[in-house]
Design a protein around this ligand. Structure first.
Ligand SMILES: *Cc1c(COP(=O)(O)O)cnc(C)c1O
Length: 227
């Protein structure tokens, strides 16, 4: 068997992921335009990303501000309608760069960060979509507000800092069935009047969609295992 160039592999896998997304949406009778595929490009170089852009995909995710700064300003010049989401932890000293670079920030998880974002969003007069990250499995090593503190934190974001929050994001514990965690995130969102749910990665995006995901974040399912 001859090896294919990696780019065509990426596009094949992207097409396969798209089909699986549609199947998952249809399996629960949702509308097919309600789920966004966030193509996760951490560690992936600009040439491979460009091929995905040329194939028409526009929504991407990076987990580090610094890496995004090195890759995306140039790509955005060529594809001004692309959408970039920050899906990794954000330090307050990187808030300025993050608000400049990203169309969505999915990792709002503490008052100090919420306050810094509010100030910077006002200063730059921008309106990135904001998601509150919930540490849905209450894992000590993971970022996010505890499920029991989510309601109070959301209220604080809105009332104390005047932030508009679009939805919630979570990363369930590795090696456990993710469904109960997805269901819990959906429940917290519903009782806070939030309609957007960023949940589901390469291994579990179909389940996440069946439980209400509106954004799925898929990396290795499109680019293969990261080295
Ligand atoms: C890397 C990453 C993903 C994508 O993970 P895959 O398993 O490669 O699909 C999704 N969400 C976050 C927050 C990530 O850091």
């Amino acid at each position: 068997m001859t090896a294919q160039p990696p780019v065509s592999n990426d596009l094949d896998r992207l097409a396969t992921v798209r089909k699986s997304i549609v199947r998952a949406i249809e399996s629960v009778g949702r509308k097919t335009d309600v789920v966004r595929l966030v193509c996760v490009t951490k560690t992936i170089d600009k040439n491979r990303i460009q091929s995905i852009l040329e194939a028409g995909h526009r929504h991407f995710g990076e987990n580090r501000v610094q890496e995004a700064e090195a890759k995306w300003p140039e790509l955005r010049k060529r594809f001004p309608d692309l959408r970039l989401s920050l899906i990794g932890p954000l330090q307050t000293n990187k808030v300025r760069e993050a608000v400049e670079l990203f169309d969505a920030i999915e990792t709002v998880d503490r008052p100090k960060l919420a306050q810094a974002l509010a100030k910077e969003i006002d200063r730059q007069n921008k309106a990135p979509e904001l998601f509150v990250q919930v540490n849905i499995g209450e894992e000590p090593q993971k970022a996010g507000v505890a499920p029991g503190e989510a309601d109070a934190f959301l209220r604080q974001c809105r009332e104390a800092f005047g932030l508009r929050i679009a939805g919630l994001m979570c990363i369930p514990p590795l090696g456990e069935p993710p469904s109960p965690y997805f269901a819990l995130l959906a429940k917290i969102a519903a009782r806070n009047g939030l309609t957007r749910l960023s949940m589901g990665m390469s291994s579990d995006f179909e389940r996440a969609i069946q439980l209400g995901a509106t954004e799925v974040r898929v990396g290795s399912g499109i680019f293969g295992e990261r080295s």
